[in-house]
Ligand binder design. Sequence first.
Ligand SMILES: N[C@@H](CCC(=O)N[C@@H](CS)C(=O)NCC(=O)O)C(=O)O
Length: 232
Amino acid sequence: MTTTIKLYDLAAKDESIRFSPNCWRVRLALAHKNLPVETIAWRFTEKQEIAFSGQGKVPVLVDAGRCVVDSWAIAEYLEATYPDRPSLFNGVAGKALTRFVNDWTETVLHPAIARLILPEIHAMLHPRDQDYFKTTREAFFGCSLADLAAEREAHLSALRQALRPLAATLGQQPYLAGEGPAYADHVVFAALQWQRVCGGHDVTSAESALSGWFTRMLNAYEGLALAMPAAA
Ligand SMILES: N[C@@H](CCC(=O)N[C@@H](CS)C(=O)NCC(=O)O)C(=O)O
């Protein structure tokens, strides 16, 4: 008997709004493997709801009684557990290069996006999450959310600059993984989906190769990502 995979997924005040980049990667990876999932809305301060996982962050994946945390570990788990489904990494060399894409996304792209959209994220959170979010993020970035908002244009321009290597690669091939999307695309796209859902800034249209790929990823997997509304 198969049981539906469950995913604890970060939600805004409106629980239908799911915005976490780390969760979106997993949603796309599951769709890539054609595995149905039931998502469970989770908010930052609901640590007790995921205490069974032994830590306090999402994504948390539960599959047939097995619990897996950390998006990279989840991707590895899905690849190992469902080897007959479409591959997330396309082999050992593909996995090694995807590891770089994952690390670049987390160390360069995520901070650049966070500086741009943290004030907007704060505004869309459930009120009981807002103080926790403000305190932890201001401590991490060493400045106030108001300071970040005041420098929005500079952060937008820094993000566009950070996206240039992607535009260069996507000018030569349709996806980061080559002819079709794979986990490298899921990771980078999920970061831009986070920006789309929370910030709604135009960060791709100046580069036609980048915006073409972004549109293809929005429409991939039967429009999974497109179904989540963009910020106004
Ligand atoms: N390395 C983890 C990072 C997970 C992570 O940072 N998740 C965020 C949401 S995107 C979270 O749950 N944060 C909870 C908190 O800040 O308390 C992964 O890749 O899954």
